[in-house]
Design a protein around this ligand. Sequence first.
Ligand code: C2E
Ligand code: MG
Ligand code: MG
Ligand code: MG
Length: 274
Amino acid sequence: DIAMYAAKALPGTAALHYDEDMTATSVGAELQDAIRDEQLFLLFQPIVALDEGHRVLGAEALVRWNHPVHGTLAPDAFIPVAERTGLIVPLGRWVLRASLRQLAAWPAGTLLNINISARDLREPDFAGAVKALIDEYGVTPAQITLEITESMPVEPGDSFTVLDELRTLGVKLALDDFGTGSSPLSLLHDVPLDEVKLDRTFTQADPDERVSVAAGVAHLAEALKLHAVAEGVETPQQAERLRELGYQAAQGYHFARPLPAADFEALLPVEASA
Ligand code: C2E
Ligand code: MG
Ligand code: MG
Ligand code: MG
């Protein structure tokens, strides 16, 4: 396990081979403790407007695990195990609560994107749990965008019910990592989406080679009246090209890395005084 953690914690290090079930069991047990003992924490990566002087619109909440032995772990080291063991549900509830508690402390117009799991959509009372947290912390539902990753696609049937319930609450829905998954385009039509997030593969692609994917997604978003956000913007050239293609917002290291709450808060526009 230690070798696995080290491999995943160091970017660029090749993943080691390990017994998947054994790892799932032991990491799962530790993760259960981590949720209970508040070893998880959130970073907030700013999302900026591309057409308004890069004004900060809000953030995406990104979870980290402050592991007692291995130090700070990125989600790639534990989200897959959480998905396999079902711990993604309590982990996701922790993330939602911590996110909304934080959002309540920020200016009223601040937007927050929160990643959820396809597994959440199979929990019959997921929308009810979201509503209870919204009420508890007194945030406005439209401040919240829940991100569903395209690599864990939603399935037809009951998951759509939960999505409709979330939409009815006034919460917004985004399809994350768009372009990397295998969702049929009909999904964009059938799921009540508000936003698509272009995966960084296409943001960062050589403009001569694959700009057509970024452009195609922009056209699709415009036709379906979806907010288009580009992920993984690392250069001013990428930011300018995406703006020209019609993306309204972006996030990426060019603007800011995922930040502790206080550092993010310092970037927010000062609240208008009466
Ligand atoms: P994501 O939702 O697509 O989040 C964006 C990821 O891209 C983040 O990685 C972020 O740090 C990284 N990133 C942002 N800008 C740049 C850039 O300019 N260049 C590069 N190379 N990377 C950039 P992170 O924080 O490691 O999260 C990885 C994934 O883990 C997320 O991808 C998301 O799918 C998942 N995840 C994170 N937090 C949560 C959570 O609370 N719940 C669930 N279910 N999944 C989460
Ligand atoms: Mg995301
Ligand atoms: Mg993404
Ligand atoms: Mg991604």
